[in-house]
Design a protein around this ligand. Structure first.
Ligand code: GLC
Length: 588
């Protein structure tokens, strides 16, 4: 690290005391290094036919909303043929569309419409497991032990004289054992639901099949893939027992788990990286690098969903010959304390820089309590996997205030960022959904201990006064919408000064204009321990200070700077209130 610039391009003083530089400006020609990508959860974004489940034609019609919001790309959670045992993350046919979402022609139309609006399209790829209704698994069942078909999955004989004990003691992420016994007595592995058998990635046939699936979607024009459970494909040899909890998705708590120095045998094995090197070669073949005609604007990309222990482990997925992006779950899980946020930002940027990769910020997705609710829970406590009736409830107003500040911080940082549908409206989780309405397999599989992820998956409100708040033409929604969603609907916020929607639009527009996604970042010292103070100031560009006040008292805005955007009511007396963030620029 070196000392940061102390003046901006015009020679004006940057800050009370410019501290160390955390990251140097990047070349911004590669779109994925700084893109803001909006996650659409197809079941819950827009329903065109009134059956209560969102669909592809619904998405296509609503795409102009995203152009106006100011994002660069969309990521679609799975829309493939699926019995929907895990909301589509149980794929029965990787090359076709589930009828609840539409037809293949609807994806083509969606991709074309998105590209026409300058929005890139990233689709979800689920390589760790298929559905048990996938043709391969069905033939593995019918051909029996020892068959080549069984080699595509992880079948084993059981333990004990009669083989009635599972092959090892692994638990599934959703609760209960990770093994299910089939009629002929063998067991198959499923790290998730029994309807999600794990593939055997040691088998070259599985690898060849997924390369073919990648090409299938690249040929249809997609710009990249978000890779589901990217850290799970390869398991440790011999499938050794593991006595610790699984720590993935909703049971993480923001604490580093060193498992007494042991490494979980089902996660983050070295062998996964060879798979991604192969995939990178496939993607690069669509836009050959190191050739005179290479235009990074046409790069196709891979983004890892890898819940690993540290930014350093995550950075292994984005080495130059592997993926392009990996979600920064360390940042997502950082407690709402200045020191924790700063440490996460510094460590993530350092880890990414060490391998030449951007950092991929994210605060919410379809697997975690939305940040507008999460940040309204007591700081430093375990992050719950869903909130329901009878659970401690978040402080909604505080959560929203902090969520707006958190996003204001995130969008000032260099790197790429993912937004989850509805966060631009400040949507909270549904925290009082009747348990009978729950659909996440976690609720049943955990013996009703974990509520699961339905609370963040509730259909979007578009119009405050319409049935289903404008989600579709009928009043049907596959999960009930909380009443508060009506007052947070898009039409209640569009054009309303101070609304969360207008805050996001302003942040995204300024981020783009000022090229913050490819800027350099320095820490600013002198504000005290409860303030995150950073400056994004690449050579020759306007500098932007971002201040977040996490302390109890107000913090004075520095002389010579004016507020460009504030996450909450900006005070006239030049003070930054608690749980508020601002972007500042040098005063004219
Ligand atoms: C990923 C998905 C999650 C799904 C799981 C199993 O973590 O994001 O929704 O349940 O993988 O596919």
């Amino acid at each position: 690290m070196t000392t940061a610039e102390t003046t901006d391009a015009l020679g004006r003083i940057l800050a009370p005391a410019a501290g160390v530089r955390l990251h140097r400006a990047d070349d911004d020609s590669a779109w994925w290094r700084h893109a803001v990508i909006y996650q659409i959860y197809p079941r819950s974004w827009a329903d065109s036919d009134g059956d209560g489940v969102g669909d592809l034609p619904g998405i296509t019609v609503r795409l102009p909303y995203l152009r106006d919001l100011g994002v660069d790309a969309i990521w679609l959670s799975p829309f493939y043929t699926s019995p929907q045992a895990d909301a589509g993350y149980d794929v029965a046919d990787y090359r076709d569309i589930d009828p609840i979402f539409g037809k293949l022609a609807d994806v083509d139309a969606l991709i074309e419409a998105a590209h026409g609006l300058c929005l890139r399209v990233i689709v979800d790829l689920v390589p760790n497991h298929s559905s048990d209704e996938h043709a391969w698994f069905q033939s593995a069942l019918s051909t029996g032990p020892g068959s080549l078909e069984r080699e595509r999955y992880v079948f084993r004989d059981g333990l004990g004289d009669d083989g009635a004990q599972p092959p090892n003691n692994w638990e599934s992420v959703f609760g209960g054992p990770a093994w299910t016994r089939v009629a002929d007595g063998q067991w198959y592995l499923h790290l998730f639901d029994p309807k999600q058998p794990d593939f055997n990635w040691e088998n070259p046939e599985v690898r060849a099949e997924f390369e073919s699936i990648l090409r299938y979607w690249l040929d249809r024009g997609v710009d990249g893939f978000r890779v589901d459970v990217a850290h799970g494909l390869i398991k440790a040899e011999g499938l050794p027992d593991w006595d610790e909890p699984l720590h993935m998705l909703g049971d993480a708590d923001g604490v580093d788990h060193d498992h007494g120095g042991k490494h979980p045998p089902m996660w983050d094995q070295d062998g996964v990286h060879e798979v991604y090197r192969e995939w990178r070669r496939v993607l690069n073949s669509y836009n050959p690098v190191d050739t005179p005609g290479h235009d990074p604007a046409h790069d196709r990309v891979l983004c890892a969903e890898a819940w690993v222990d540290s930014p350093e482990r995550a950075a292994r997925y984005v080495r130059a010959d592997e993926m392009h992006q990996a979600f920064n779950f360390d940042f997502l899980q950082a407690p709402w304390r200045a020191s924790d946020l700063l440490e996460s930002i510094e460590d993530s940027l350092a880890a990414g820089d060490a391998v030449g990769a951007p950092t991929t910020w994210v605060l919410s997705n379809h697997d975690v309590v939305r940040h507008a609710s999460r940040l309204g829970l007591p700081v430093g406590e375990r992050r719950p996997n869903g909130i329901g009736i009878g659970d401690p409830q978040p402080d909604a107003a505080l959560g929203l205030q902090r969520a707006r500040a958190a996003t204001t911080l995130m969008l000032a940082l260099p790197g790429s960022a993912y937004l989850y549908q509805g966060e631009e409206l400040g949507l909270p989780d549904s925290t009082d959904m009747p348990d009978e309405a729950r659909q996440d397999p976690t609720w049943e599989r955990s013996g009703h201990e974990e509520r699961g992820r339905d609370g963040c998956r509730v259909p979007m409100p578009w119009e405050g006064d319409a049935p289903s708040y404008g989600f579709g033409p009928s009043d049907r929604t596959w999960l009930p919408q909380p009443e508060i969603y009506g007052s947070l609907a898009v039409d209640r916020q569009r054009g309303v000064a101070g609304s969360t929607l207008e805050l996001y639009r302003a942040l995204l527009a300024a981020r783009r204009d000022l090229r913050l996604g490819s800027g350099s970042l320095s820490r600013i010292d002198g504000y005290g321990d409860d303030v995150v103070a950073l400056v994004n100031a690449a050579d020759g560009r306007a500098s932007v200070q971002v201040l977040v006040n996490l302390g109890v008292g107000a913090v004075p805005v520095p002389e010579g700077w004016e507020v460009l955007i504030a996450s909450g009511p900006a005070t006239a007396d030049g003070q930054l209130p608690t749980d508020t963030a601002v972007w500042l620029r040098p005063a004219e």
